[in-house]
Write a protein that binds this ligand. Structure first.
Ligand code: NIG
Ligand code: FE
Length: 426
C-alpha cells in the first residue's frame, strides 16, 4: 500500500463504539430507532477527512496501513459516537431575555409576551441594531461551546432581522461562520418568524415582502438551503405558511416548519403535504398529524429543552410517534427566548426523562435522524466507511451513562473532518 493510502488517524480500543450504522439511507423508525450498532473494543480509521474502516480494534488494525504520520487515539474505557447533529437552532442573535424568563416564572405565556411586542420582537430590535461583526462574534462563542459539547453539524436560522437587509445580514453571518468554524452549518431562511411591528396592521404587505423580496434575495445569493415558517396562532396561519413555503420551493429551497408548537393548527399535516424535510416542535400535534407524519418522509424534530424552558409541561408525544412509525429526531432549538440551551447532551438527558425515549433512541435521534432532518443523512450521522470522520469521545463507561449523567460535559475529544478539534489527550 502506498504511503498516500495510509490512515491519517486510527481511533482504537473504544469501550463502546456506537456506530448507528445500517439504516440504508433513510431515517430510523419504530424499533429500529434503538438499534445503534455497538462494537465493543471498537476502532475507526480515517483518511482525508473520511472514515475508511470500522470494526473491532483487531479487524481495523489488520485492514489498514499505519505509518509514522498516523495519529493513534486510544479510547480505552470510553464511549465513541458519531458527531452530534443539531438540526434546529437560532444561533445568531443579539442580547438576552432573562427578564422574560422571570415573567414566565410568574405565569406570563410565550404568545402573550410576543403579542405585547416582547419575545422574538425584542431580539429583533437587538439584532437590527447589531453590526455583522458583533453578531458573528457572539454566535461564534456559542458555536465553540456547542462543539465542545459534541455538536459537529448544526442548522442555523435567520428570523431576527425581519427586513430584507437584516435577514441577509443574519444569513451572511451564518455563511461567514460556516467558512471559518469547524462546525458545519446548514442555513435556513426564517423571515416568517414573526410579523414585525411596522407591519402589524399590514400582514399582506409583510407576506409580499417575504415572497417578492427576501426569498428571491436569499435564494439568489445562495445564502439559504432551507425555508422555515413559524406556523402558530397569532403568527402565521397554515394558509400563509403554505404560500410562503411554496414560493420557497419554487426558488429551490427545502421547506421546514415550526409546527404545532403551542396550538394544534395542523402544521404537521402541512409539513407532510408540502414534502417538508422536517416538522419541528409538535408539542400540540393532533392524532391525525402523527398518522400523516408516519406515512411521510418528513422528520419530526422534537425540542424537549424548549418545553422544559417554557415550563408548559406539554411535551411532544414521542412514544406515540415512535410507535406509529414517525421518524423522530432531537434538536436544541438554541435561542435567547424559549430555549437558551445549546448542549445536545442536556437535550438527550431531558428527552429520556420527559419523552420517555431510551438512551439508544436518543442517540439515533441526535445523530442519523438529525442528519436526515437537514438532508445530510447520506454523509454524516453515523460511523460508516465513506462518511465524514466526525466523531465524539465521551468519558463514560457505557452509552446509557450519557443521558443518565447529564448536566456536566462528558466530551473528552472531538474529531471533525478527521482532525482533532477538541481535547486530544487520551
Ligand atoms: O423555536 N417558536 C419560534 N421560534 C423559536 C423561539 C425564538 C425566540 O423565542 O426567540 C422557537 O421556540
Ligand atoms: Fe425554533
Amino acid at each position: 500500500m502506498a504511503a498516500g493510502d495510509r490512515a491519517d488517524l486510527v481511533l482504537v480500543n473504544a469501550g463502546q463504539l456506537v456506530t448507528v450504522a445500517g439504516s440504508s439511507g433513510a431515517p430510523k423508525r419504530g424499533d429500529d430507532l434503538a438499534s445503534i450498532g455497538v462494537i465493543e473494543d471498537g476502532a475507526v480509521a480515517v483518511r482525508g477527512g473520511r472514515i475508511t474502516a470500522v470494526g473491532t480494534t483487531r479487524e481495523v488494525l489488520e485492514r489498514v496501513e499505519t505509518g509514522p504520520s498516523t495519529k493513534i487515539l486510544d479510547a480505552a474505557g470510553l464511549v465513541v459516537l458519531p458527531g452530534l447533529v443539531d438540526p434546529h437552532t437560532h444561533l445568531v442573535f443579539a442580547g438576552s431575555r432573562e427578564d422574560e424568563f422571570v415573567l414566565k416564572i410568574q405565569g406570563a405565556s410565550y404568545l402573550e409576551i410576543l403579542k405585547d411586542g416582547g419575545g422574538i420582537l425584542s431580539t429583533v430590535r437587538a439584532v437590527r441594531s447589531a453590526s455583522k461583526e458583533r453578531l458573528y462574534h457572539s454566535a461564534r462563542k456559542n458555536l465553540d461551546v456547542m462543539l465542545c459539547q459534541g455538536t459537529t453539524t448544526a442548522e442555523v436560522k435567520s428570523g431576527y432581522g425581519l427586513t430584507t437587509a437584516d435577514e441577509l445580514k443574519m444569513l451572511e453571518v451564518i455563511d461567514d461562520l460556516n467558512r471559518s468554524h469547524p462546525v458545519d452549518l446548514a442555513p435556513t431562511f426564517l423571515g416568517a418568524h414573526a410579523v414585525p411591528l411596522e407591519y402589524k396592521d399590514n400582514l399582506e404587505g409583510y407576506l409580499s415582502l417575504i415572497m417578492d423580496e427576501m426569498l428571491p434575495a436569499a435564494a439568489g445569493r445562495g445564502l439559504a438551503e432551507f425555508c422555515d415558517v413559524f406556523c402558530e396562532e397569532g403568527v402565521f396561519s397554515v394558509g400563509q405558511s403554505r404560500q410562503i413555503l411554496q414560493a420557497a420551493i419554487e426558488l429551490g429551497l427545502k421547506p421546514k416548519i415550526h409546527a404545532d408548537e403551542i396550538v394544534s393548527l395542523g402544521g404537521a399535516e402541512l409539513a407532510a403535504a408540502v414534502g417538508a424535510v422536517s416538522a419541528d416542535h409538535l408539542m400540540a400535534v393532533s392524532d391525525e398529524g402523527v398518522r400523516v407524519l408516519a406515512r411521510s418522509g418528513t422528520v419530526a424534530v422534537l425540542l424537549p429543552a424548549t418545553t422544559f424552558c417554557l415550563m408548559s409541561g406539554r411535551y411532544a408525544p414521542a412514544r406515540k410517534m415512535i410507535g406509529e412509525g414517525v421518524a423522530v429526531a432531537l434538536a436544541s432549538d438554541f435561542n435567547p427566548g424559549s430555549c437558551p440551551v445549546n448542549s445536545l447532551q442536556v437535550v438527550m438527558g431531558i428527552a429520556c426523562r420527559q419523552l420517555k425515549m431510551t438512551p439508544a433512541e436518543v442517540i439515533s435521534a441526535a445523530t442519523i435522524n438529525a442528519a436526515h432532518a437537514i438532508g445530510r443523512g447520506h454523509y454524516i450521522g453515523s460511523i460508516e466507511a465513506g462518511k465524514k470522520a466526525d466523531l465524539v469521545v465521551f468519558d463514560a463507561p457505557s452509552y446509557n451513562y450519557l443521558p443518565y449523567c447529564f448536566g456536566t460535559n462528558l466530551v473528552k475529544t472531538v474529531v471533525k473532518n478527521g482532525e482533532i478539534v477538541v481535547g486530544g489527550q487520551m
